[in-house]
Design a protein around this ligand. Structure first.
Ligand code: PRP
Ligand code: URA
Length: 209
């Protein structure tokens, strides 16, 4: 089974508290989600493969390390996933970006796919799917399936807040995918919102309602 990792770094937890606060306005919310995206990316990329190279310093030649293999792919789930994308790209600026457009039908809570545009070589890349919210898990599961249907084999999922229901869904549907959260919350309410959560991530990021 894929691992569930809750990234409890103090900076992530502090910023997440401000993100949750209903008084936090759009500008600050966006900046904080961006910052947490960067901090989470730092943790998630810990196991990237390295290769040894020679480097000529001003003093001598030394053995040193650099990242090996293909560059990563970042896959934001539209639209709220866009809020975490730049934060990840701050650390990994050469990553390719693919988009999966999904919205959750407010009545059925089922994901509806409306857009997919991916790098051509996703089967060779490690992909990080980003979306602030893992609620029922329907959207993330469908996005991951969409990537797999197009050849992806190496996928991580990074969300700010997850509900137990969403984690279970991903573990059932995609047992090869590691899940990274800043917090695992208590439950979903009757409307499928995460409790305590942060409300509607897309609306808070983009100032819509
Ligand atoms: C939100 C969120 C996830 C999804 C999570 O998107 O960003 O994609 O809901 O819910 P689930 O786990 O139950 O599928 P939403 O459908 O509100 O669309 P948006 O990003 O366009 O606002
Ligand atoms: N989508 C959101 O934006 N928030 C939730 O709590 C659940 C799904």
């Amino acid at each position: 089974m894929g691992e569930l990792k809750v990234l409890d770094h103090p900076l992530i937890q502090h910023k997440l508290t401000m993100i949750r606060d209903h008084r936090t306005g759009t500008k600050a919310f966006r900046e904080l989600v961006d910052e947490v995206g960067t901090l989470m990316a730092f943790e998630i990329t810990r196991d990237l493969p390295l290769e040894e190279v020679d480097v000529q310093t001003p003093v001598t030649t030394a053995k040193a390390y650099r990242l090996s293999g293909k560059k990563l792919g970042i896959i934001p789930i539209l639209r709220a996933g866009l809020g975490m994308m730049d934060g990840v790209l701050n650390l990994i600026p050469a990553a390719k970006v693919g988009h999966v457009g999904l919205y959750r039908d407010p009545k059925t809570l089922e994901p509806v796919e409306y857009y997919v545009k991916l790098p051509s070589d996703i089967h060779e890349r490690e992909l990080i799917v980003v979306d602030p919210m893992l609620a029922t898990g329907g959207s993330a599961s469908a996005a991951i399936q969409s990537l797999k249907d197009r050849g992806a084999v190496n996928i991580k999922l990074m969300c700010l807040i997850g509900a137990p229901e969403g984690v279970k869904r991903i573990q059932q549907d995609h047992d090869d995918v590691d899940i990274y959260l800043a917090a695992l919350d208590e439950k979903l309410n009757e409307k499928g919102y995460i409790v305590p959560g942060l409300g509607d991530a897309g609306d808070r990021l983009f100032g819509t309602k």
